[in-house]
Design a protein around this ligand. Structure first.
Ligand code: UTP
Length: 459
């Protein structure tokens, strides 16, 4: 629906045209409060309706149309990496030198609504450092600041936001002076939204008489925005060749680790996907599987049970590469594929979405009542010509905060941080008494000098 609000050749107003198109798609109810709206409200609603492809929202989940012909599926080849095994000096040097040349940029996905945690602020503001109380934003940004100081370079950071998080994220980071990141390295972008539809009827849900129920269009939505707002080009022009991508809810992400970057470069990959070993067939995590030899992520919701549970001769899960959401993208790869970003599949999720009914009264559902649509960043993976699958230790690289209680809760993640830090100290012969909390601090860290690590890395 890409028409403007001008008078048409037939004397029909653009509003009539819009109404006709909506009626043809069974969505005319979205204009039912039209007569009560102020001009500004009408313009807002029109802009929302004009920007969406109503017919695409009615169709089946495009994300589940993957052809899972078992004959085409194989487990990907993997290389293992751990911070402690990075004594491969040449590998570390590769990453270090690349950062020194100013060729690394960082993308942090922070546009999600964090509904499972039920926070009132963006998820990145969540205090998670078990000793310091540092927020997710702080821990991740300080890793970048520490690397840029150690390797004497600028590392631009793009905070990937959404309308749900953009303003508050900027306010928070500005108030914290972006934790010491130079001003020239600070970037934010705001992904677009997609509307929610009623699960049973497919009708667009209204948040108010003048607005649809809109939510961020998934982490895959950042890719189009990165191109459209000109940032990808700007970073490339500034000499950035590789983007280290992670998600804001994983404080353990090995952001800017020279060894990880070294593996990406040494393997001449245009995409590196960091994985951890799946622990059980039931684990709710996407799996990296080769389809016709090409690595891609298959969501746990669509992988057949038998396939998820299949074991190899050694008794390990055959398909065990769990996607961590940590990736390295070459900017040349993203530029080459830029035309495809807006047509990535729309995945569907059943969610509870408050809305108004036909009388304008607010409805707060107890059960999932709506379908939300999202694009996933990993849907670009099959387009990569050379993908490296790099296995990391979950204890030191992957601890996402997802739920308020239980698995992946803030307290579980804090426990994991403490455990990893304790193990790290123990591996260097430093014993910390049981029950004494220890947290390593990126700003006091050296990525490469083991002596400095020993002496200064503890808070
Ligand atoms: P999740 O899918 O876990 O979503 O996002 P979420 O918003 O954090 O949490 P729930 O599902 O609402 O409880 C994984 C990562 O992708 C980012 C999130 O910020 C998180 O870092 N994300 C998700 C976006 O940046 N944009 C989106 O539209 C969705």
């Amino acid at each position: 629906m890409t028409h403007t609000m001008n008078q048409t050749d037939f004397g029909q107003t653009a509003t009539d045209q819009l109404r006709n198109r909506l009626a043809a798609a069974g969505q005319e109810h979205t204009l039912q409060f039209w007569d009560q709206l102020e001009p500004g409200e009408r313009a807002q609603l029109t802009a929302q309706l004009e920007s969406i492809d109503v017919n695409r929202l009615n169709c089946q989940d495009e994300g589940s149309e993957l052809d899972l012909d078992e004959a085409t599926l194989t487990a990907p080849d993997q290389i293992k990496w751990s911070a402690d095994s990075s004594e491969d000096e040449s590998l570390v040097k590769l990453g270090e030198q690349m950062m020194s040349r100013g060729e690394l940029g960082v993308l942090i996905a922070a546009g999600g609504q964090g509904t499972r945690l039920g926070l009132s602020q963006p998820k990145g503001c969540l205090p998670i450092g078990p000793v310091t109380g540092a927020s997710l934003f702080q821990i991740l940004i300080e890793k970048v600041v520490a690397a840029s100081r150690e390797f004497d370079c600028e590392i631009p950071v793009v905070m990937l936001c959404s309308p749900a998080t953009h303003r508050e994220t900027i306010e928070y980071l500005d108030a914290e002076n972006w934790f010491g990141l130079p001003e020239s390295c600070r970037h934010t972008l705001c992904q677009k939204t997609l509307p929610a539809v009623d699960r049973k009827t497919g009708r667009l849900l209204m948040e108010s008489p003048s607005s649809l129920c809109l939510s961020p269009n998934g982490h895959g939505g950042h890719l189009s925005e990165l191109v459209d707002c000109g940032l990808l080009e700007k970073l490339t022009d500034a000499g950035v060749t590789t983007l280290f991508y992670c998600q804001v809810d994983n404080p353990m992400a090995p952001l800017c680790e020279p060894g990880v970057i070294g593996e990406h470069l040494r393997n001449e990959a245009e995409l590196t996907v960091l994985v951890t070993p799946r622990t059980s067939p039931e684990e709710k995590v996407g799996t990296v599987i080769c389809v016709d030899g090409v690595p891609q992520v298959i969501e746990y919701t669509i992988i057949p049970e038998e396939l998820a549970a299949r074991r190899d001769a050694e008794g390990r899960l055959e398909f065990r590469a769990a996607n961590t959401g940590i990736h390295l993208f070459d900017t040349a790869f993203l530029q080459r594929e830029a035309n495809h970003f807006s047509s990535l599949p729309l995945h569907q999720a059943n969610k509870k979405v408050p809305h108004i009914d036909e009388q304008g009264a607010t409805v707060i559902p107890d059960e999932p009542n709506a379908i939300k649509f999202e694009r996933f960043i990993f849907d670009v993976f099959p387009r990569s010509r050379k993908t490296l699958v790099l296995e990391i230790d979950p204890l030191t690289g992957f601890a996402p905060v997802k739920n308020a209680d239980g698995a992946n809760s803030p307290s579980e993640v804090q426990g994991q941080i403490l455990q990893a830090n304790r193990a790290w100290l123990a591996s260097r012969g430093l014993r910390v008494d049981e029950g004494v909390p220890v947290e390593t601090v990126p700003m006091l860290t050296s990525f490469t000098d083991p002596e400095i690590r020993l002496g200064r890395r503890v808070a």
